[in-house]
Every structure is written in C-alpha cells, then in structure tokens.
Design a protein around this ligand. Structure first.
Ligand SMILES: [Zn+2]
Ligand SMILES: [Zn+2]
Length: 261
C-alpha cells in the first residue's frame, strides 16, 4: 500500500483525465490520496471528487497564494467545512515568501486563523512554506505553546530550522519529487536525519514530477518513484518505506483511518 499524502486532483491538467489518473494510481499500488484541492470556495468540487473516488480525502483552508482574497477569513469559517467526513485536515496553508502573491502580513494573519482551526478541531494542519523559514518556525512553535495541534510540513524543501521546529512539536515531514532532483543533496541529508515514524510521501501533483519523469504533468501514480528514492536514503526497500509512510499517514490523519480501515 502507498498513500500520496498531497496532490491537487482538481487542477486542470489532472481533472481533465481523472479516470485515467486514478486507474494508473491503482495500477501503481497507490491506494489512497489526499487531495489538497484548490480555492477555499471550491470545496463542493473537492467533495464531488471524494464521492466519486472513496479512496480520496480532502482538506479545507486557504493557500498563502490566495491570502489576499480571503484576508478576512476566520477559524470559524474553516471549521464549518470540517463536518464533512471527507475533510480530514486543515490546509493547505502557510507562508510563501518566494512568490509573495499576497502581502506577508496578510499571509501571516490568514495562517494564524488556519492554525486556530487546527487547534480547535484537533484535525492536522497541512503547512506549505517557501523561503519563510524564520516566520514558519516561530509561528508554529509559539502557537503550539499556546495550544497543541498536529500537522505536517508538506513538500519539505526548507532549511533544517523548519524541520527541527516541526519535529519538536510532533509534526510529520513530507517528501516530494524534489528529493530526487540532482541539486537536492542538502535536502537528502536532512531526510537522513528525520525519524522514520515522522515521514510521509507526496506528489504535489500536477507539479514537481520526480526523476525520471521530470517536466511531465505529475500524478499520484508517480509517488512510487519518490517513495523508492526516500527508501534508498533511509536504507529501506520500496515495500518497507511504503508500509511505514502509509501507516504514518493514517496515524496523523486519524479521521481518514476511521473511514477506510
Ligand atoms: Zn504547497
Ligand atoms: Zn499543494
């Protein structure tokens, strides 16, 4: 069994041929997927995908790219969506200072509301962070001290500071296709240090196709390449790393476990 812990099935490139994508995922042994979705208001579309494919779970939240459009959102707005049994976590959310599509203070304000929703619901927070190591580490640490919550750093590609802060508060760390890229030696060294019980794998489909598929539209079936590569880093074969990361996924996303196990 393998779980793609983060993909975007409603993105145009994937959604337009979703039946084929799902067939290839099944063929590759990718039994479950967490669809991180798109805009906060597109939840009906994400739910429709979950209902068509019961092995797909989804999230509710606001991506930092869209923070401006949802600058006034509150934790309560997000919590309303968590009654759906298909919604197993809060996100994706966080800080992206690489693209800076929304002003940083607005990104932070929205991120804090997402954290509050995770604190109040007990659902895991799915964190996106890019070029925002200091603020991400500080906000997570300080919020956790106020009230604990669970979560994952998705598509981890930050400096060690973020991993260290995340591990300290019990977070999981998810490996994407980036670990297979030539230039990612530092990242591979970081993954060597992350305990096995805290690792997840993901595609972040349609982005970040792993070697040997770089440049193509990424899809959940391809998580097998990233898992195999992560296994190599950790000295495990594909079956072992698949079992461990799948088990970790259901430990973190306990609401998903209730539905499917
Ligand atoms: Zn992301
Ligand atoms: Zn994403």
């Amino acid at each position: 069994m393998l779980v793609d812990s983060h993909c975007h099935l409603s993105s145009e490139e994937v959604y337009s041929r979703l039946d084929d994508v799902m067939n290839r995922a099944a063929g590759a042994g990718v039994d479950y997927m967490l669809n991180a979705g798109g805009l906060f208001d597109e939840l009906p579309l994400q739910l429709e995908i979950c209902r068509k494919y019961p092995n797909v779970f989804t999230l509710t939240g606001v991506h930092p790219h869209n923070a401006t459009a949802y600058a006034g959102i509150t934790a309560e707005d997000v919590l309303k969506n968590t009654d759906y049994h298909e919604v197993v976590g809060i996100g994706e959310c966080g800080l992206d200072y690489f693209y800076d599509f929304s002003p940083r203070d607005v990104q932070i304000k929205v991120f804090r509301q997402m954290i509050k929703a995770a604190q109040e619901s007990g659902l895991p927070l799915v964190v996106h962070t890019r070029e925002a190591d200091d603020d991400t580490a500080e906000i997570l640490t300080e919020s956790y001290q106020q009230k604990p919550f669970k979560g994952v750093i998705h598509c981890y590609s930050s400096g060690w500071k973020v991993a260290e802060a995340a591990l300290k508060i019990g977070f999981y760390i998810s490996a994407s296709g980036i670990i297979t890229f030539n230039k990612s030696e530092d990242l591979r060294q970081a993954f060597k240090k992350i305990p096995l019980q805290r690792l997840l794998v993901e595609t972040d489909s349609p982005y970040l196709a792993p070697v040997p598929l770089r440049g193509r539209v990424n899809e959940p079936a391809n998580v097998i390449h990233t898992a195999a590569y992560l296994g190599k880093i950790k000295g495990l074969d594909l079956t072992e790393i698949s079992a461990i990361t799948s088990n970790n996924f259901f430990e973190l996303f306990a609401k998903a476990k209730k539905i499917n196990k």
